[in-house]
Structure formats: structure tokens, C-alpha cells
Write a protein that binds this ligand. Structure first.
Ligand code: PMV
Length: 333
């Protein structure tokens, strides 16, 4: 590509998402193709903003994430840029600045919003003109869950069948306001998780005796979750999401060595929400590869959930969100 064709600089914003049916396992590690589909809700207000600036003549990529220059996350970003450069015949190196407005590395999917934002920004800056499906495939190469953050509202990640992964991308299932859903994030630590998701997935697939049952159950749950979302049945969505998260954590606990992502406050939060539900609230938990608990509830249960989470010892912060729009370009020039 000639340097003249470059827009050079662009800025994007991508939201985080929470999986309602989780992805935990890969069918192709090199191409980062998931072993199963997944379904998520894109979260309003929890986002990553990324600026990329490609300059012909720049010697190397320089990457600043949440104020830290060339820190631990930079190598993954450079690898992602190398993939784009090799696929699209680009030489230029980039200056990247990325910041998230929520704690990174603790199960809040900063890699989802981060790689979705990076894919959108690179597409614009380099004039790649990727289709929504191609953009989702590109984001997936950075992080599997990032493929879903391109899409607003409720998104389904298709597992796909092709060996090159071109049909493994997210599609929209339902608009953000189609369900009466509030999502609370109960932050129980600000420390990064000990075992990253790729390492955790590989360990689980190789050593957990429950892995095959997990992938089979997930495939069935996808059909049930899709139907519950399309029926706008928040109670059913919550119940399916909670069960799916528990199945994933049970499968992780079966790995050797076991993957225990929870802390004490995680357990207390789960118990508190289950007790609230026994008293009639429509409230359910889901937990990713980290100790934060996300609570899914309807608007009638919202105040009760907030008051309950405020009382749980060890919950450091409670963030309220709801379904929101997908990734978007903020500036290009
Ligand atoms: O996209 P990754 O590699 O960060 O993996 C995401 C794994 C989970 O958050 C646990 C589940 C999911 O589908 O988001």
C-alpha cells in the first residue's frame, strides 16, 4: 500500500462485553478460532479508547496502554499489528495509545474492548475497508471475545466451520433496548489475574475430564439462550447465563493444576445474590476468568441488587451498566 493511501491517524472506542454463554476452549490455537460459539451483551460505558498513528519512516511501534509505555500488554498489540501488516502489505509502524475506564486484567474483558478498538482504528487509519464480518474476524485474532465487542446489544459469535476461520465471527442477535436488563459489575480486586485466558483454556482442554461435556452443553445452551433473548425473557436469560458460568468454572476446577479464579468476596457475592433471588428478585450471576461478579437483573430488582452488593464485604466498587452500542470510529484523518 502506498503511504498516500494512508489516513495515518484514527481514534476509536469499543465497549466491553459480558458473555452470557461463555467461550472457553479453542479449535485452532494459531488462528484463535473458538471451539464453540458464544453469546454476549455489549456493555454501555465500560470502554477502551484507542488512537493509532501510522507513519512511514517510523522505526518501531510504540504502544502506551493505560499510561504505561511498552508495558506487558505491548507485545500482543505489536503481534496484532504485524498480522495486519503481513496480510495487507503495509510497512508503516505505529504509535498506539489506548486507555480503558475500568480495571484491566481481572475478568472485565479489557482484551475484548482493547482489540475491538484496535481493529476499528487500524481499519480506518490504513483504509482497509473491512466488512463487519471481516472486522470481527480480525478482532478475534487479537482476542476471541473482542470479535463480539464490534456488535451492539446482544451478539452471537459463530463458531464457523472453515479451517481458516473466515466464518468464525460475531453477528447481531438483538438491539440493546430489546431486553429490560441491567448489569452490575461487583469489583472484588484490582489485581490482574494469575492465569491468562489462553493459557487457562489450553490447560482446561488438555487436563480437565469435564472439557468435552462442557463444549457439548455449551452448544445446547446457545440455542436456548438465543431463544430466550429473542423472547426478551430476562429471567430465562439470567438463569441460563448463571448455569453456563457455573459449568465453565466447574470445568476449570477440573483442570490440573486447578484454575480457581474466585476469591472470598466472589463467593460471598454469589451467595448474597442467590439469597436475594430466593426472596423473589430477578437477579443472577455470571463470572468470567477472574474474581469479579457480574449481576444480571431486571429493572424491578435493580435497587435491591445495588443495596445487596453495597453490603457484601470485600466488594470494592459496584459499576452499573446496561446493554449498549458496539465499537465505533471517533476520528479519522
Ligand atoms: O477473549 P479471551 O481470550 O479474553 O477469552 C474470554 C474468556 C471468557 O471471558 C471467560 C469468556 C467469554 O466468552 O468472554
Amino acid at each position: 500500500m502506498s503511504p498516500d493511501a494512508l489516513t495515518l491517524r484514527s481514534k476509536s472506542l469499543a465497549p466491553s462485553n459480558i458473555a452470557l454463554v461463555k467461550y472457553w476452549g479453542k479449535r485452532d490455537v494459531a488462528l484463535n478460532i473458538p471451539a464453540t460459539g458464544s453469546i454476549s451483551v455489549t456493555l454501555d460505558g465500560l470502554s477502551t479508547t484507542t488512537t493509532v498513528d501510522f507513519r512511514p519512516g517510523r522505526e518501531r511501534d510504540e504502544c502506551t496502554i493505560d499510561g504505561e509505555r511498552d508495558g506487558p500488554g505491548a507485545a500482543r498489540v505489536v503481534k496484532f499489528l504485524d498480522l495486519i501488516r503481513s496480510t495487507h502489505a503495509v510497512d508503516a509502524r505505529a504509535l498506539i495509545e489506548s486507555s480503558s475506564n475500568f480495571p484491566a486484567g481481572a475478568g472485565l474483558a479489557s482484551s475484548a474492548s482493547g482489540f475491538a478498538a484496535l481493529a476499528v482504528a487500524c481499519d480506518a487509519a490504513l483504509g482497509l475497508n473491512l466488512s463487519p464480518a471481516e472486522l470481527s474476524v480480525l478482532a478475534r485474532r487479537g482476542s476471541g471475545s473482542a470479535a463480539r465487542s464490534l456488535v451492539g446489544g446482544f451478539a452471537e459469535m459463530r463458531v464457523g466451520e472453515s479451517s481458516d476461520g473466515t466464518d468464525s465471527h460475531a453477528v447481531a442477535l438483538a438491539a440493546p433496548d430489546s431486553l429490560d436488563l441491567t448489569v452490575f459489575v461487583a469489583v472484588t480486586t484490582r489485581e490482574p489475574k494469575a492465569v491468562g485466558s489462553t493459557e487457562g483454556m489450553l490447560r482446561t482442554a488438555e487436563t480437565s475430564p469435564y472439557y468435552e461435556a462442557w463444549t457439548q452443553a455449551t452448544t445446547r445452551t446457545l440455542d436456548e439462550m438465543r431463544a430466550a433473548i429473542l423472547a426478551a425473557d430476562v429471567e430465562r436469560v439470567g438463569a441460563l447465563a448463571e448455569a453456563n458460568a457455573m459449568h465453565m468454572h466447574a470445568t476449570m476446577l477440573g483442570a490440573q493444576p486447578p484454575l480457581l479464579y474466585w476469591n472470598g468476596a466472589t463467593v460471598e457475592t454469589v451467595r448474597a445474590i442467590q439469597a436475594l433471588r430466593s426472596s423473589g428478585a430477578c437477579a443472577f450471576v455470571t463470572i468470567d476468568a477472574g474474581p469479579q461478579v457480574k449481576v444480571l437483573c431486571d429493572s424491578a430488582s435493580r435497587d435491591g441488587v445495588r443495596a445487596t452488593l453495597d453490603e457484601v464485604q470485600g466488594v470494592l466498587e459496584v459499576i452499573e451498566s446496561r446493554p449498549g452500542p458496539g465499537a465505533r470510529l471517533l476520528e479519522a484523518r
